[in-house]
Design a protein around this ligand. Structure first.
Ligand SMILES: [Zn+2]
Length: 512
């Protein structure tokens, strides 16, 4: 998942070693790549409509059934009606505008946790059935390749999770929030649930008058009618389904200004507004700090959503990062640690959200960079040196690789394991790869690489190989052997410039 996993109890400063379990996690695909991903599945779409419906995917190594072939979503319009209780299903309408990339006799959507009342394709009723985690829709006539289509699904969205299916809606003390990373957006709404298909979002929430609703992007209207209010939000940049956020609660929206007049808005429980202000006011300086490292903030707004919920992680939902309120109010967490976690989620807005992973095996590009800026911030602001943290990570790296796989070849998630693919190998284990790269190509080239990366791939998706190519271009070096060893090796290679660093042998019980 895309998060900062924290231990169940507050950390003491001695506990803040890089091998303590702290996890976190990206966006769009080029047509060329998409065709490659889809090639194997295309033939499946062309079978006769009378064949049984079956779940399809875009061929992600880690989540084979996520996403669907044959179309590219341009926009989602999500409408939710909140009944005033977070244990009852919301009524919902999801409208998807998509471009077909092949002839489609059926349209597979990912959707697995709600009841579907009706489906229309281009305004005409369509038949539908479930297959695995897919909603399989059969329009009255096959859709031609290279055409626009609109699919409208009327459905419920159930906030009470099914056994063994965590993620999607998060029930808070006063309403709901969302945590869809990596594979749970389709527990909330029908979609093409893979980060390779980013799209624009309009999100509408109708709730009783005493609730406040906030979603990704900027407000686009508030309508009050007969005891309920409809809040509309719209993204100004494409977004992956896993990064959608909807907050419904007894909340206050706190506005302030960030660098270059960026609108910053935070969402907090109304009763805690004063208590949380000392943390909220840190965000503009943190944005300015990140801009000094990698360049302009990539979106139309930012802010933190402090939810009264026990998730065990924080999540970089686009333009509005989700945090557990307790992170800020429980005694025991040192201030520098809390701030570095705020910077972790903020840095994901560049690394993971604006530049999204093409496949989930590229997730080290999200977490490695977010961990890097988290650690760099702790070094600059609180004297916790990056070198000491990386030396400790080096010691643990072989164990992490044994437990979770090499950083760019993570092991698949285990069924029922909440941690999913978000293991230390893609956090400090991947930041260690960035450290080795900086040692190898020098600080100047490394910093230029970071800036160019988020600029070149802004509002798009990118792969591990794209990162290697850009590093080679900027440094003027052939880095093929370097990246192969550091990203795909079972053993951690020697650290350039630190011949004395040693890894500890993998033990029978590797840390998670
Ligand atoms: Zn993260």
């Amino acid at each position: 998942m895309p998060h900062t996993l924290r231990p169940p109890h507050p950390l003491r400063p001695d506990d803040l070693r890089p091998d303590s379990p702290r996890l976190r996690p990206r966006r769009g695909t080029s047509r060329r790549l998409k065709s490659a991903l889809l090639a194997s599945a295309v033939s499946v779409c062309l079978v006769a409509a009378s064949a049984p419906a079956e779940p399809l995917g875009v061929g992600d190594r880690l989540y084979p059934y996520l996403g669907n072939p044959g179309y590219d979503v341009a926009s989602y319009e999500l409408s939710f009606t909140y009944p005033g209780s977070n244990s009852k299903p919301l009524q919902a309408v999801t409208t998807i505008d998509a471009w077909t990339t092949t002839v489609l006799e059926r349209i597979n959507l990912d959707f697995a946790h709600g009841t579907v009342d009706s489906v229309e394709v281009d305004g005409e009723p369509a038949t539908f059935t479930g297959a695995g985690d897919d909603l399989v829709v059969t329009p009255q006539k096959p859709l031609p390749a290279g055409s626009w289509t609109r699919v409208t699904v009327r459905h419920t969205s159930d906030p009470v999770s099914a056994d063994g299916q965590d993620g999607g809606w998060v029930r808070t003390a006063d309403g709901l929030a969302m945590a869809n990373q990596a594979d749970a957006a389709h527990l909330v709404f029908p979609c093409n649930d893979h980060p390779s298909d980013k799209a624009m979002f309009t999100i509408r929430i109708t709730a009783p008058d005493d609730y406040t609703a906030v979603a990704n992007g900027l407000p686009a209207g508030v309508d009050r009618e007969g005891g309920s209010t409809t809040w509309t939000y719209r993204t100004q940049h494409p977004m992956a389904t896993e990064l959608a956020q909807v907050s419904i609660g007894r909340s206050t929206v706190v506005h302030r200004e960030g660098p270059h007049a960026l609108p910053v808005r935070d969402v907090v429980p109304t009763k805690d507004r004063e208590l949380l202000e000392p943390w909220l006011k840190k965000t503009p300086d943190q944005i300015a700090w990140m801009e000094s490292k990698v360049g302009p903030y990539p979106f139309e707004t930012y802010g933190v959503l402090m939810a009264e919920a026990s998730t065990g992680f924080e999540l970089e939902t686009q333009t509005l990062s989700l945090f557990e309120k307790d992170l800020f109010t429980e005694p025991g967490y040192p201030a520098w640690y809390i701030e570095s976690i705020m910077v972790h989620e903020l840095s994901h807005q560049w690394f993971g959200d604006s530049v999204s992973p093409r496949t989930w095996s590229d997730v080290w590009l999200n977490e490695g960079h977010a961990t890097w800026y988290e650690a760099l911030y702790a070094e600059e602001k609180a004297d916790h040196t990056l070198e000491a943290r990386m030396k400790a990570a080096y010691g643990a790296s072989d164990r992490w690789r044994a437990a979770g796989g090499p950083p760019a070849l993570p092991k698949p998630p285990q069924p029922g394991q909440k941690i999913g693919i978000f293991r230390p190998n893609i956090y400090d284990g991947a930041a260690l790869v960035l450290y080795a790269l900086r040692q190898e190509i020098g600080t100047r080239s490394f910093e230029q690489l970071e800036r160019s990366w988020v600029q070149d791939h802004r509002d798009a998706t990118a792969t591990t190989d794209d990162f290697r190519s850009l590093a080679e271009k900027i440094s003027g070096r052939d880095l093929d052997a370097f990246f192969k060893a550091w990203l795909y090796g079972e053993k951690t290679p020697p650290m350039p410039g630190h011949a004395d660093w040693k890894t500890l042998a993998p033990t029978a019980k590797a840390p998670e």
